[in-house]
Design a protein around this ligand. Structure first.
Ligand code: GDP
Length: 630
């Protein structure tokens, strides 16, 4: 059984995940001892996640000693439980070890390869023209879906007309012998979700506006998203078949929000279409291609492939199925790819008509089989020659992601400690699932009795007690109510397991009542609120300020004392007065994102939530640290 516990994450170490930004060049982070005398032994390296047993071994301690420290931190764990780096570090510190976070040199190198390939693909001098990738946006009911369907059905070449079209999240059509790729999830949620993950899949955005309805709230929102992504825009004025259609009004309304039609001297092409009557569709495609030509969309097909995941799912028969958009290079059957936290060798590739492919060139959407797990939409992917490198990278990323989840999980025993400290919910909430209703009653009673047995511990309450396996609905309830799930002789189904992982919900399993009660009791007594205090990491002085094109201000700083870290909290001091408190948005040395900058060095710094930085301001960097209770 694997149980996952953590303590409050003291910092904001951000696991690499998708783009691996902010990976320190050095790779290791040294952590000073909280207290205690001189140490003669070497600091010990710890991974981002490890089991209690492994930690004990690394610290040359017995599992009982380690578990004892964890209980002091308010965690009920067994030897197989997984704990995150911050927790392990705290235990190590209590046992007088200095620690640093391990990041293997191989993984750092692989992460760099990944980044380099994405960058290379972006700016390749030998590039050749590639088809544009189009996203359709607009207000609900203005005809986005209909337009996607009509374009697709009108442009399936002769002979293929009977071909079965598949929904794979994207499709390609041909017009005048040229291809156009459409992402067929309409709406800007998908578009913004991709952008949020750093992926830019769209070359041309088509804004659909119904000619009878005009500009609506979502139209305006879509324009804002398209503008901020700096994606070229084409307006499709739809439903011109309707008698009530008023395309001139649409132009008028859009021009008011600075979407100026070309015919009025602006730079936005407008095309009148009827998705239902299939009118104007060729014109729309022509305009899209014209816009694409103006923007000289290029890629080099003679390279290993890079691209982005469009959508992914688990298919009960075929395993993980992902639709990816090849953006650079050519993707081949049997290629080894890394996408987000997963990897695999491509076993089969299909196009949007379900035809088997051996290769896919830039701007081609393909469905691939062979990934060992499901990536997320928006994850960039890169082909690796070396299978081991790919696997190591994906594994390291998924470990980091797990650590990140542990760090921000909603339902943690230690979180409850903090609530107790705040004098609010001094309650350990439990969702109990058991195999037969007989044991359910017995366990519920025994658990509730603990409230009397441990009078000065936290109060335990049962959010839900039910017979049967652990379901996704249980996990959702746990997440919503801040409960821990306890399973007695029952297991979660796949959906529940995934949901628990995604939401960071703890599920604990037992098959002996005594163990269950005993561990919960330990948790209730161990749930002592930790005490926190602020510890200063360092000071910096603002020596210059720069305004970025987006309006944000970054400061050129000099670190005067200690060190400053991206995970630190910051106080902005002007003549000794605290002007602002918050966190670091960006920390750079030259052009590189860094985790830390030490005394005597200069750095570029952006603050999260304020641009009020002035030359001469002082910045105090600090973190909150848990102090041991006596
Ligand atoms: P979405 O919400 O933007 O995806 O809109 P849909 O594609 O689902 O279309 C909404 C409604 O408008 C449906 O009933 C369509 O049949 C209808 N519709 C879409 N395009 C046209 C068109 O060009 N003319 C007319 N008259 N109706 C259309």
């Amino acid at each position: 059984m694997t149980n996952t516990f953590q303590s409050r994450s003291s910092g904001g170490r951000r696991p690499g995940g998708g783009k691996g930004k902010g990976k320190g060049k050095g790779g290791a982070r040294t952590v000073a001892l909280r207290r205690g005398g001189p140490i003669e032994r070497e600091p010990v390296g710890l991974p981002s996640v490890l089991t209690v047993g492994d930690l004990a071994q690394k610290l040359q301690a017995t599992p009982v000693e380690v578990i004892g420290e964890l209980i002091r931190l308010g965690m009920m764990v067994n030897i197989n439980a997984q704990i995150d780096f911050d927790t392990a570090q705290r235990v190590a510190s209590a046992l007088n070890w200095e620690t640093f976070e391990e990041e293997s040199a191989e993984v750092v190198a692989a992460e760099k390869d990944f980044e380099d390939r994405l960058l290379e693909a972006e700016m390749d001098p030998e590039s050749v023209t590639r088809p544009p990738v189009v996203t359709i946006m607009g207000h609900v009911d203005h005809g986005k879906t209909k337009l996607l369907d009509s374009i697709r059905s009108a442009n399936v070449a002769e002979g293929e007309a009977g071909g079965i079209t598949q929904h794979i999240g994207a499709y390609q059509v041909e017009t005048h012998g040229r291809k156009v790729t459409f992402l067929d999830t309409p709406g800007h949620e998908a578009f913004t979700a991709m952008r949020a993950r750093g992926a830019q899949a769209t070359d041309v955005a088509v804004l659909v506006v119904a000619a009878d309805d005009g500009v609506m709230p979502t139209t305006r929102e879509a324009v804002a998203h398209i503008r901020s992504a700096k994606v070229p825009l084409v307006v499709a004025v739809n439903k011109i078949d309707l008698p009530s259609a008023n395309p001139e009004r649409v132009k008028q309304q859009l021009s008011e929000i600075e979407v100026m039609p070309e015919e009025w001297g602006g730079d936005v092409p407008f095309v009148e279409v009827s998705a239902r009557e299939k009118l104007g569709l060729d014109d729309l495609l022509d305009v899209i291609l014209l816009v694409a030509d103006v923007h000289e969309l290029k890629a080099n097909p003679r390279k290993v492939a890079t691209g982005v995941v469009i959508e992914a799912k688990v298919d009960p028969k075929r395993g993980a199925v992902a639709t990816v958009l090849v953006q650079g290079g050519t993707l081949n059957l049997k290629d080894v790819v890394v996408a987000g936290t997963t990897w695999g060798r491509i076993k089969a590739m299909f196009d949007d008509r379900g035809r088997k492919l051996r290769r896919a060139e830039p701007s081609t959407p393909v469905e691939i089989l062979g990934l060992i797990d499901v990536p997320e939409a928006g994850d960039p992917f890169v082909v690796f020659e070396d299978e081991k490198e790919a696997r190591d990278l994906a594994e390291a990323r998924s470990q980091q992601k797990r650590a990140e989840k542990l760090g921000k999980g909603a339902i943690r025993l230690v979180d409850m400690s903090n609530q107790i400290q705040a004098g609010t919910a001094a309650e350990l909430k439990v969702i109990l699932k058991a195999d037969v209703s007989g044991s359910l009653g017995a366990i519920s009673n025994a658990l509730l009795k603990l409230n009397e047995e441990v009078p000065d511990g936290v109060r335990l309450s049962i959010t839900l007690a039910g017979a049967g396996g652990i379901l996704e609905s249980d996990v959702n309830l746990a997440s919503a109510t801040g409960s821990v799930i306890i399973g007695f002789n029952v297991r979660p189904d796949v959906a529940a397991k995934r949901a628990a992982e995604a939401q960071g919900v703890d599920i604990k399993f037992y098959n002996i009542i005594y163990n269950l009660i005993d561990e919960v009791k330990a948790a209730m007594t161990g749930l002592l609120a930790p005490i926190f205090q602020d510890v200063t990491d360092g000071y910096a002085e603002v020596r210059e300020t720069f305004k970025l094109p987006g309006g944000d201000v970054v400061a050129g700083c000099y670190v005067q004392d200690g060190k400053i870290a991206r995970s630190s909290k910051v106080r902005l001091l002007r003549s000794g007065t605290v002007m602002w408190e918050g966190s670091v948005k960006s920390l750079k040395r030259f052009k590189d994102d860094v985790r830390e900058v030490a005394m005597g060095y200069e750095c570029g710094l952006g603050l999260d939530g304020t641009n009020d930085l002035q030359v001469g301001d002082a910045l105090e960097f600090y973190h909150r640290e848990e102090v041991a209770r006596t």
